[in-house]
Design a protein. Structure first.
Length: 254
């Protein structure tokens, strides 16, 4: 491991970040918020729905909030999948813009803000776009050693997972949320929409941040791994893998 870390400085940084997330989460300070945007595949500016899930602490007690904002005008392009829940709200594009700006004002009341994302580059681009125009003046991508009093700190969920699994690869996966949830044993079923994905993102963060130190947590989750990087089998990545065994016809010998 020591030799591997010398050759993979990216993993060293990820491991430091993992321990900082654990320390900051354990301090029960600030507010942690996962955002998710869902858009039409043909035109990413046609946002169908936005979801967020947040948690902060008051007098040591956890306070959670969740919302699913469905954009009325864009349902003709991509209809949001909706399941029963009090968080569902049909809004106009103008109302969506106001609500997202209001969200960041509310988050600021519990500063610092830890913005948990599965795609931070894309999320920040959306927030700064004409559709939202959220004023983000103090966004920091490096986590502090101790709990700060102000600022918006970006927490990349895939980076956290790669620290846990020992990956020093600079090429991160796209659409990694389902795979991360599968390996952390976080339910990823039901209707897939911006709200459920935001909730899964926050739950994945919670699962890792509330666990033990990175090496101890890795051994706890995947015992007996001898490689520096956790080696997942096909059936680890896809819970339905075993169901396909009888579907694939056997080879015909000539």
């Amino acid at each position: 491991m020591n030799q591997y870390l010398k050759e993979n400085p990216l993993l060293v940084g990820r491991r430091f970040m993992f321990e900082r997330v654990r320390a900051l989460w354990g301090a029960k300070g600030g507010v942690w918020c996962a955002l998710n945007f869902s858009a039409w595949e043909v035109d990413h500016t046609a946002i169908s729905d936005v979801g967020y899930s947040s948690v902060h602490w008051e007098a040591g007690a956890e306070v959670a909030r969740r919302a699913h904002l469905i954009v009325k005008e864009n349902q003709t392009y991509k209809k949001a999948q909706v399941e029963d829940g009090a968080e569902n709200e049909l809004v106009t594009k103008a109302t969506l813009k106001r609500k997202i700006n209001d969200l960041f004002s509310q988050l600021g009341q519990h500063a610092p803000v830890f913005l948990v994302s599965n795609d931070s580059k894309g999320d920040l681009k959306y927030l700064r776009s004409k559709a939202f125009q959220v004023l983000l003046t103090n966004v920091i991508h490096e986590l502090p050693d101790a709990m700060p009093s102000t600022g918006i700190f970006v927490v990349d969920l895939p980076e956290l997972f790669y620290a846990l699994t020992g990956s020093g690869d600079s090429n991160t996966e796209q659409n990694a949320l389902q795979r991360i949830c599968t390996h952390l044993k976080i339910p990823f079923g039901g209707a897939r929409n911006a709200s459920s994905d935001a909730e899964c993102t926050l739950q994945a963060l919670r699962s890792m941040a509330s666990g033990p130190q990175v090496d101890a947590q890795r051994e706890q989750r995947w015992p007996g791994q001898t490689e520096v990087q956790v080696q997942f089998k096909a059936w680890d990545d896809d819970p339905k893998y075993a169901d396909l065994e009888g579907v694939i016809p056997p080879a015909i010998s000539c």
